[in-house]
Design a protein around this ligand. Structure first.
Ligand code: UD2
Length: 323
């Protein structure tokens, strides 16, 4: 078992970001030593605690030397660094490919060089595209609809290659719509939860794109951090491939606003706008594989997660208290 602890050393690429910084917190709570590699283009130093067990290296995941240095001595690598914007990948496919696919290859090369026992990479529900089925299973066909999704799918495929060819123990987790504290409502890839909460707090009218009946699977960031740790810790299985990480529940965007409005007392009526191009109609994860392979189940439901985010906002707390 590769359970995080004092004799364990984790590298977290993108550790200054939304998901990465929550993972760093989880690893420190498990008393693991942690090294973060982040270029702080979207991540923030302020997301990271001041802790003697935490080392921060500033650098790009696309830089093979920087990744090689950061991976020295690691017993597990969590690869979360990416340009997580579908829109930007469409506008700049070469630049985002360099980071989103090139970064994965650099991480796998470092894992190979240092014989790192376990590597876990962040993939995305984006690889499924807009399938008709209500439930997404890992065995479904993939239909990546953007350069971002293509790079995530290619990252999974190159993991398979390193696993087969070089015996690198690497797993990919397909995240659905992750939400929680520190998600920035102001960036161009902001999640709808952070945008709606921000509007509700100001009693400003949010915009609902399309009819609002499109559904998403919202999974709390602390559950995602636990899934990452589980993927690095459970005994290795050769059948490890991509694993969905979601709540297993579908919530409509209109329903999400209703829930947030009730929670906050916001009375503003949402504005309507035409559906975003490429918007997916339905997305909900089958999470049975995560339960079977990782022994993981989500612990924080949407209502509890939203209440915690509101509280964090009011108290300017940056840490989730829902565990
Ligand atoms: C998610 C991922 C994205 C990519 C994509 C692939 C997040 C934050 N983004 O995008 O990285 O993996 O899936 O499919 O997880 N909406 C509104 N009003 C707003 C903002 C959003 O109505 O102000 C709608 C939007 O049109 C969409 C839904 O809310 O139908 C969710 O939008 P999102 O940007 O949070 O996430 P999504 O699923 O488009």
């Amino acid at each position: 078992m590769n359970v995080p602890g004092p004799d364990r050393h984790a590298l977290v690429t993108g550790g200054g970001g939304f998901i990465g910084s929550h993972l760093v917190e989880t690893l420190l709570r498990l008393d693991c030593r942690v090294r973060v590699l982040d270029d702080f283009s979207t991540g923030r130093r302020a997301n990271l605690p001041d802790d003697p067990r935490l080392e921060i290296q500033e650098g790009s995941v696309a830089d093979l030397d920087a990744v090689g240095r950061a991976a020295a001595g690691a017993t597990m690598i969590f690869h979360l660094a990416a340009i997580a914007s579908v829109g930007r990948s469409i506008a700049d496919p070469r630049g985002t490919h360099r980071v989103n696919y090139g970064g994965t290859v650099a991480v796998l090369e470092a894992a190979r060089r240092w014989k790192v026992p376990r590597t876990v990479i962040a993939s995305s529900a984006a690889v499924y595209g807009d399938a008709d089925a209500a439930l997404r299973r890992e065995t479904d066909e993939t239909h990546p609809l953007s350069p971002y999704a293509v790079d995530k799918l290619a990252s999974e495929a190159i993991c398979d290659f390193y696993r087969d060819m070089h015996d690198i123990r690497c797993a990919a987790l397909r995240f659905f719509n992750v939400f929680g504290p520190r998600q920035d409502p102001a960036s161009d890839y902001s999640g709808v939860v952070s945008i709606f909460l921000d509007h509700a707090a100001r009693n400003a009218a949010p915009t609902i794109y399309g009819d609002g009946e499109q559904t998403r699977d919202f999974v709390h960031v602390t559950d995602v951090a636990d899934a990452l740790v589980a993927a690095a810790s459970v005994p290795w299985m050769p059948e490890f491939g991509a694993v969905n990480i979601g709540s297993g529940k579908a919530t409509s965007i209109r329903g999400l606003w209703r829930e947030i409005a009730t929670l906050t007392g916001a009375t503003a009526t949402p504005k309507r706008a035409s559906a975003r191009s490429g918007d997916i109609r339905r997305s909900r994860a089958d999470i049975s594989r995560a339960a079977d392979l990782l022994g993981w189940r989500p612990q924080v439901d949407l209502a509890a997660g939203l209440a915690d985010m509101m509280e964090a906002r009011d108290g300017r707390r940056q840490t989730a208290a829902v565990r």
